[in-house]
Design a protein around this ligand. Sequence first.
Ligand SMILES: Cc1cc2nc3c(=O)[nH]c(=O)nc-3n(C[C@H](O)[C@H](O)[C@H](O)COP(=O)(O)OP(=O)(O)OC[C@H]3O[C@@H](n4cnc5c(N)ncnc54)[C@H](O)[C@@H]3O)c2cc1C
Length: 490
Amino acid sequence: MLENYPVIIIGAGIAGSTLALKLSELRPDLTILVLSKSALSECSSFMAQGGIASEYKTSESDIETHIEDTLKAGRYMNDEDTVRWWAHQTEHGIDQLLKWGVVFNSEMALEGGHTTRRIFKVEDQTGKSIMNVLWDKMLEQKNITIIQNASVVDIQKDSVQNIFHVDFVTDQLTQNRIRAKHVVFASGGLGRLIAPSTSSPIATAEVMGMAIQLGVQTNFLSCVQFHPTGLFLRNVKQTLLISEAVRGEGAKLVNSLGDYFMVRYDKRKDLAPRDIVSRAIFEEMKLTDSDCVYLDARNISKEEWLYKFPYIYAQLVRYNLYPEKNLIPVYPVAHYMCGGIVTDTNGSTSIDGLYAVGEVSCTGIHGYNRLASNSLSEAVVFGLSLAQFLSEKDISFDNEYSSRVLSEKKSNERDNEITTEMNLISETLYAVFKDQKTKEEVEELISFYEHTFKLNQEKSTLHYSLIVVIRLLKDYHMRFTNNNIQIQHV
Ligand SMILES: Cc1cc2nc3c(=O)[nH]c(=O)nc-3n(C[C@H](O)[C@H](O)[C@H](O)COP(=O)(O)OP(=O)(O)OC[C@H]3O[C@@H](n4cnc5c(N)ncnc54)[C@H](O)[C@@H]3O)c2cc1C
């Protein structure tokens, strides 16, 4: 393995993979290193069910409705210029995926907050279908090196030479140090810091903590989107998502007393944006003293389930739930980080040489709340844009830098990925959102975690995740405890 790379991409989900593939096409002279903390399939991109939103080969007025739906879902806290630019680029993103070999279903899907059917999908496993194509393509590229089970544990900037040192631990627990002029954070969200959630165990956000430690600017960190319909199972950290597209096909939410309650909360009823539906469910759970509500999807026949949602159907049957006959117990679960590291449309951050793309970034597209299926198209559009930007820069990496031998240091870091402390943190953060904790309660939590942080100065995954937890709570304190966003009843 080389010691110096012009570009290191941390993350091999849809954002990192789109970037790597496009950059390798534009600059075959460069060697690009992509690190994946676990096996490639352990990422949110692989798990995406519903699809990828785009007004494709339609009229300017249709693109306008996509822009309006996105702004409305984001409570107009989005960056409108960026939303406009991106909405016009999504067609280009879909074209690129088609060119690389992704095959979508001919029928488009409808999801909450969208006024038209504009979701490209592949049954209910869109992410898996896209990622298998992208990873196969990446493995063919001679100038992309992918290392799986390579967990980044520290990043330092050498301000004199203007390069970054990236330390990562592999399967063999060997700690490696490599250097790069340009480091891209494509490391996904923070779902596993809040549980229950839909996220895989990789989503512990330590890489974002490293970026924060380097001084990078973040925004909207506490704007965590809860998905209204996670399958309710007792004592699980990661749960099955029942795609919004199921409600797009007419399924309805009902409380434990048999009341179809969404009609009381929003005129879009079950297809209102996710924050509104989630808050309504939490309220109904409180009013009926229940741990969950139910999704009544009995209007969808078994044949339709098997045709449109074969993966979800198979998973439900494993729990002895036959959705054409049984109500599905559901509750809101943490799902998506709307904020993150602030970037411009090229993926540049506030630190020279550091970039962010995908869920870890805050581009201004989502505002307070993401419109369903906008995140995959955000990752593709910004991944392509960053590839173009980097390809035009002088990013060759001469061996002018003083050489440092790869360290053979042993590390126990990988064992610590999901610690008991992390599990406790994730339950506490879930309660902050569910119960809408008060200003004083959040202040107490911030002091507690700052104290824990001081005691835990060893640079572990937990150390860096705690940086994110504290910043998230401070953002929550600033945004939600003074100016609580309440849902409107219609
Ligand atoms: C169940 C589920 C369903 C979803 N459905 C949809 C949908 O239908 N449509 C939609 O638009 N969005 C959907 N989303 C959201 C969407 O999938 C994500 O926002 C998107 O895939 C994020 O892509 P990403 O490339 O930024 O991150 P990810 O796909 O999460 O990839 C992160 C990468 O970073 C790597 N990484 C993290 N930490 C480290 C480290 N320390 N060292 C090395 N590597 C590291 C990981 O190994 C991984 O390769 C869904 C999410 C979930 C969880």
